[in-house]
Design a binder for this molecule. Structure first.
Ligand code: PBG
Length: 325
């Protein structure tokens, strides 16, 4: 043969491959989600998320220091609310001395440089396990948005750097931005879960927080996985309403959406590699059917290649260790 172009030339050694690699993941690409519970010295494994834990504030602070030393620059906080504090309106979410607010303060105090992102939605606080207020078996939009805006201000007051609304109510980004402005929080960012699909891959997360919906499902607010254009519509609206970062969730089954969103907006795009995606890799690796480390690196690189600037992932510390060598 006499070829003009031989593509294998650039694949002939790991050294050449490293020189021409198009996508490189780094620890600061990752957002580490953390599940926080009341108490001290508590570290409970989540049954459907092997190797992942709910921790009390003291141990969470240690974990955050460890994440920082690995090069991770942001954490995303979720709290497990006690059953007796749950109601329909998410009253506890606004408690200035609630578990979320105390967690934010403790982390900020121990490590002010770490970027603290906080989940904003009512499900952990709701007796119904829904992301909003329930009336006549419906999740009502506008009353929910009011609480979400107050909740965001409460997180900002406690020291949160970036508010991450995961509820999919209409108009909440504008309402949150407005509330932050009115309260003088001009440096608090918003990372909007813009294209969040109603997904079975959130199953293990709902075990972690004991937040599965008590009736029905989340399909009247989260998106239908059949839809693509709707993701762009949602995301563009969130950018117009003031989102600093937008998000696609889940990640691996939605790489096409990540790419299209990336091409449609000029703000950073994040993707959430969710609990079910973590559980699948863990389960297959435990069976000896997949090489866990390789599966982590390939998955996270693919998500970044699709267009994600940031990736929320339960593999954040493991991946950082693999990258750091
Ligand atoms: C709650 C929320 C969920 C996740 C993040 N925020 C669950 C849900 O919408 O039911 C899922 C995260 C994961 O599965 O890792 N608003």
């Amino acid at each position: 043969m006499h070829l003009i172009r031989r593509n294998r030339i650039l694949r002939q050694s790991p050294a050449i491959s490293a020189m021409v690699a198009e996508t490189i993941i780094k620890p600061s690409d990752f957002i580490a989600p953390l599940f926080i519970v009341e108490g001290t010295g508590i570290k409970e494994e989540i049954s459907s998320m092997q190797g992942y834990y709910r921790m009390s504030i003291d141990l969470t602070v240690n974990a955050v220091k460890e994440l920082w030393s690995l090069g991770i620059r942001s954490v995303l906080l979720f709290i497990k609310c006690k059953d007796e504090l749950k109601d329909n309106k998410g009253t506890e979410a606004l408690n200035p001395d609630g578990l979320m607010q105390r967690s934010i303060k403790a982390i900020k105090n121990a490590l002010p440089e770490m970027v603290i992102m906080t989940d904003v939605a009512l499900d952990p606080f709701s007796t119904y396990g829904h992301d909003g207020i329930v009336e006549n078996n419906e999740i009502v939009n506008d009353a929910t948005v009011e609480v979400l805006a107050q909740m965001s201000v409460s997180h900002a007051q406690a020291g949160a750097d970036i508010i991450a609304p995961s509820d999919m109510m209409d108009g909440r980004i504008l309402a949150i931005r407005d509330a932050l402005e009115n309260s003088g929080f001009t440096k608090t960012g918003i990372m909007s879960y813009s294209a969040k699909y109603a997904s079975c891959f959130y199953g293990p997360f709902r075990d972690a927080l004991d937040s599965a919906p008590g009736f029905g499902d989340k399909k009247t607010y989260q998106m239908d996985y059949s839809n693509r254009r709707e993701a762009i519509k949602e995301t563009l609206m969130d950018v117009e309403e003031g989102a600093d970062i937008v998000m696609v969730k889940p990640a691996m089954a939605y790489l096409d959406i990540i790419r299209e969103v990336k091409d449609a907006v000029d703000v950073p795009v994040s993707a959430y590699h969710v609990s079910g995606e973590y559980a699948m890799i863990k389960a297959a690796a435990n069976m000896g059917w997949l090489d866990e480390n390789k599966a982590i690196m390939e998955s996270l690189t693919s998500i970044k290649r699709a267009g994600a600037d940031l990736i929320a992932t339960y593999f954040a510390s493991k991946a950082a260790m693999l990258i750091n060598g």
